[in-house]
Ligand binder design. Sequence first.
Ligand code: FE2
Length: 196
Amino acid sequence: MSPQQRRLRELTECMRRAPSEAAQREDIFALLTFEHMLQERLCDLLEAIADALPGAVDLATAEAAAFFLRTHYPAHFAAEDAVLFPALLGGLGRGSALASAVEQARAEHEVDLEAAREIADCLDDLARGERISPDAVGYMLRGFFEAQRRHISWEERVLFPLARERLDAAAGSRIAAAILAQRRPAAVIALRKDAG
Ligand SMILES: [Fe+2]
């Protein structure tokens, strides 16, 4: 098994350890820190892919990494940007440590999402056998996973402790419920046969 395949297996094994819905409702940060763990496994996978450039990239692994970047990544950022942060900022004065941390997180998310999309495109090109510049892709991958590791560590050391101080149990479970609702697949609307 190649280092890339081993890293992909670690990522998929990590996915099976998702907290239960009850644990997520009890502690909003249970889900977000679990997803950070997944993102750290993704960073390890991207590093293994970068190490395998130019000629030894496992194509199925590259495709799996691209899929993760297009799905789990935006979902995690959406939970933070669209649900957690507005709840934290309600009634909070500008310039507080928490407001500044949220502003920084949002700015970093914007850059990271754009980078994640570009990398997913490159990995898909690679998986389809298209010509890519190994140096450019290697540079992009390394910049991305290094920035991600720093971002995750900063959120957990700085942002989450400030956020915990701000949220009581009731606010936490409202946020958890909103994130869970956001994650549910779109409802299927039954077709109704018109009478007559
Ligand atoms: Fe995060």
